[in-house]
Design a protein around this ligand. Structure first.
Ligand SMILES: Nc1nc2c(c(=O)[nH]1)N[C@H]1C(S)=C(S)[C@@H](COP(=O)(O)OP(=O)(O)OC[C@H]3O[C@@H](n4cnc5c(N)ncnc54)[C@H](O)[C@@H]3O)O[C@H]1N2
Ligand code: MOO
Length: 410
């Protein structure tokens, strides 16, 4: 038996972009529960922030031109006529030759245009000595300088980070429309795989590692994971369990049995779930060559190679992209690779993209990648890794000192 439908990494990403459609289900949820969710509406500012001009420092609100020429040796003089109270409207207008004490964040009094910091002046019994001149607008946040009423503050498809929640809170919006949280189903396969809680394992058995790595990645990405346990290498059982789980989820992930051994039923199980079926069986990638990507109806199905490091790397790359597309996220400026330098020569084969597990070391302000040697069945190699460096298919490797792109695993 041979692998068929083998694709390059670039073709795989292009295919994902092409075949995976975003879910359209939208729900309104409280803002404080929307972290990491995907915005399903444009957030239009219904008011300006700030809604009144504010001081950015502790000092005295003044008319800038009345401080012109002030210096340490030649101070200017202004009369202090009051103070601004926090949280209250400043109503007393500033007249010629006057200054008003203002705390950081306080409202600028009418007719004032700038603030002189307290360290640049001295209040001598109501006579303010100014030792520095200020420019009009200095130390003031103007109305709408943060957010202007009517502007699009955040666009649909944005993954909500803490700063987006803060900005939405600033305009007084308490509910947001987001796309439904995705549910990703995960099932392990293999006669030798036993629940990780198994205290005493028999010779030949291995604890289910992928259940933890894969469902944890799902959670890290803001989706919900359903772990449906382990199936043996029996087609009927595997097919039934996969089909049951498939009905409950937006995307199904199966681990193990993706190769072409006699008991590798994953392809057959996936084909049974519906049309159009398997698009890719085999990617020219290392590790993780025997990866399966399919669509059953509008739901993506991923068959991961069983080796734990392969499964995690493949799921981080392609699973991440599929879930992102499915979730409705529209990535803006994405910094998903950083440039690091290699501490050693790395060999790789033309026509195959390699992802090499590396430890990152900082030396004299530069980041260096130290390859971690180990087979793709070894989970500890990922524990030691900070990143994987990418050697694209057109290269036969990379030399010590070369800059290479790294995908962070932290
Ligand atoms: N003749 C060939 N054989 C293999 C090839 C090939 O090109 N030609 N590719 C190899 C590569 S690369 C990989 S990766 C594996 C993938 O095989 P499967 O997806 O069929 O996975 P299994 O055989 O079920 O498992 C492989 C390995 O991983 C262990 N495993 C599986 N699931 C888990 C789990 N949930 N937790 C911990 N460990 C797991 C399993 O016990 C096996 O040792 O195929 C190669 N073969
Ligand atoms: O996916 Mo396999 O890891 O290349 O051993």
């Amino acid at each position: 038996m041979q692998f068929f439908k083998v694709k390059t990494v670039e073709e795989t990403f292009a295919l994902i972009e092409d075949i995976v459609q975003s879910i359209k289900v939208v729900e309104e949820i409280p803002l404080d529960q929307s972290l990491h969710r995907i915005l399903a509406e444009d957030i239009i500012a219904t008011e300006s922030v700030p809604s009144f001009p504010r001081s950015t420092v502790d000092g005295y609100a003044v008319k800038a031109k009345e401080t012109f020429g002030s210096s340490e040796t030649m101070p200017g003089f202004l009369n202090v006529v009051g103070s601004v109270k926090m949280g209250e409207e400043a109503t007393t207008p500033l007249s010629h030759g006057e200054a008003i004490y203002i705390p950081t964040g306080g409202m600028m009094p009418p007719n004032s245009d700038s603030v002189i910091m307290i360290e640049h002046c001295e209040d001598l019994s109501g006579l303010l000595n100014t030792y520095k001149q200020v420019a009009p607008g200095e130390n003031v946040i103007q109305i709408g300088e943060d957010v202007k009423e009517g502007d699009v503050l955040i666009t649909k498809g944005t993954k909500l980070r803490p700063q987006e929640l803060g900005a939405i809170a600033a305009i007084g919006k308490t509910q947001v429309a987001v796309f439904k949280q995705l549910t990703i189903g995960y099932l392990s396969s293999g006669d030798e795989i036993v629940p990780y809680e198994t205290e005493q394992i028999q010779i030949g058995q291995v604890r289910d590692i992928n259940a933890l790595t894969i469902t944890s990645l799902v959670q890290e990405w803001g989706a919900k994971a359903i772990y449906a346990g382990i199936v043996s290498d029996d087609y009927t059982e595997y097919q039934q369990r996969a089909e049951e789980l498939f009905k409950e989820v937006d995307c199904l992930v199966l681990s193990g049995g993706s190769s072409v051994g006699a008991k590798d039923y994953t392809t057959q199980v996936i084909e049974s779930l519906g049309e159009p079926g398997v698009y890719i069986h085999g990617i020219s990638i290392k590790p993780g060559k025997p990866t399966i990507l399919a669509m059953a109806g509008d739901k993506p199905v991923i068959g991961l190679p069983g080796h734990p490091a392969s499964a995690m790397i493949i799921f981080s790359l392609f699973g991440g992209e599929i879930i992102k597309k499915l979730s409705g996220e529209i990535s803006g400026n994405r910094l998903d690779r950083v440039q690091v330098r290699l501490t050693k020569n790395i060999h790789s084969s033309m026509g195959r993209t390699d992802y090499i597990r590396v430890k990152l070391i900082e030396q004299e302000g530069e980041w260096w990648a130290e390859p971690i040697i180990g087979k793709s069945g070894l989970i500890s190699t990922l524990v030691q890794s900070d990143a994987v460096v990418e050697i694209k298919s057109e290269f036969e490797g990379a030399r010590q000192g070369d800059f290479v792109p790294a995908i962070l695993l932290r």
